[in-house]
Design a binder for this molecule. Structure first.
Ligand code: NAD
Length: 254
């Protein structure tokens, strides 16, 4: 087991990539704290892990709210005594080219994707610094590098998360903490199903177009990203520091 005895906190673990990562982390021996706004889906992920014989705790949390995140971290520490891995996964998208984006939409996307990476890191880091160890995984996107039509606000946040990852790595390397970023391509989750509905008159045709732009010829699955997250969380990646890890079916070459 690659994460035996590790305590991992995953935000947005009620759905998609976060849920799949929580299940994989538990299979690899980690105890998983599932943080999500969505109580029903978060509880479901935790229940599925426990049913499979793993250890999981759901805590309702809003990653944009300092009080909520502080309570989340305090509850995780009270239950498990430490946090070895923080996976800043929760994120949302926003539709529109820049001139079309409403300021409220811009703020919401920036808030969840950037502030929602900042706050859990801010409140978990002191515990990792005291432990002199820890791993943080930040969810960026290949869009940070290649851009995407009609997703100005989202692209801006994922570029920011990548830059933040590198700066965090420099600041916290002296404490034995590694910080890396995941850059997925298009992964079939509710997030992408909504994107297809919002962006294409015919979502099936939109999906076919996305597939054509992948060297792989197909979309990724949440498990593809979860596998990469396990690798970054484990000591197998101990020489990776401040790195972007692409899981994108070769879309950056498309
Ligand atoms: P998803 O919509 O399936 O899951 C996101 C989860 O985050 C949901 O359970 C939601 O309730 C939760 N969440 C949203 N706002 C929150 C908040 N303020 N506080 C706590 N939880 C909150 O999405 P997904 O596709 O699994 O995406 C997960 C991450 O991966 C996101 O950061 C997304 O930007 C990134 N990503 C996704 C893709 C893709 O193609 N699916 C590609 C690249 C990057």
């Amino acid at each position: 087991m690659r994460l035996q005895g590790k305590i991992a906190l995953i935000t947005g673990a009620g759905s998609g990539i976060g849920r799949s990562s929580a299940l994989r982390f538990a299979e690899e021996g980690a105890s998983v704290i599932i943080a999500d706004l969505d109580e029903v889906k978060g509880e479901e992920t935790a229940a599925d892990i426990r049913q499979a014989g793993g250890s999981a705790l759901f805590i309702k949390a809003n990653v944009t709210d300092p009080e909520s995140v502080q309570a989340l971290v305090a509850a995780a520490i009270a239950e498990y005594g430490r946090i070895d891995v923080l996976f800043n996964n929760a994120g949302i998208s926003g539709v529109g080219a820049l001139h079309e984006v409403e300021p409220e939409v811009w703020d919401r996307v920036i808030n969840v994707n950037i502030r929602g990476t900042f706050l859990p890191s801010k409140y978990v880091l002191p515990h990792m610094m005291e432990q002199s160890s820890g791993v943080i995984i930040n969810m960026s996107s290949c869009i940070a590098e290649i851009g995407l039509a009609q997703r100005a606000s989202y692209a801006a946040t994922k570029g920011a998360v990548l830059a933040l990852t590198k700066s965090m790595q420099v600041d916290y390397a002296p404490y034995g903490i590694r910080v890396n970023a995941l850059l997925p391509g298009t992964i079939l989750t509710p997030f992408v199903e909504n994107y297809l509905k919002q962006s294409y008159a015919d979502p099936e045709e939109g999906l076919a177009g996305i597939k054509r732009r992948q060297l792989s010829g197909d979309l990724g699955r949440p498990e593809d990203v979860a596998q990469a997250a396990v690798f970054l969380a484990s000591d197998e990646s101990k020489f990776m520091m401040g790195s972007p890890l692409y899981i994108d079916g070769g879309v950056v070459f498309g």
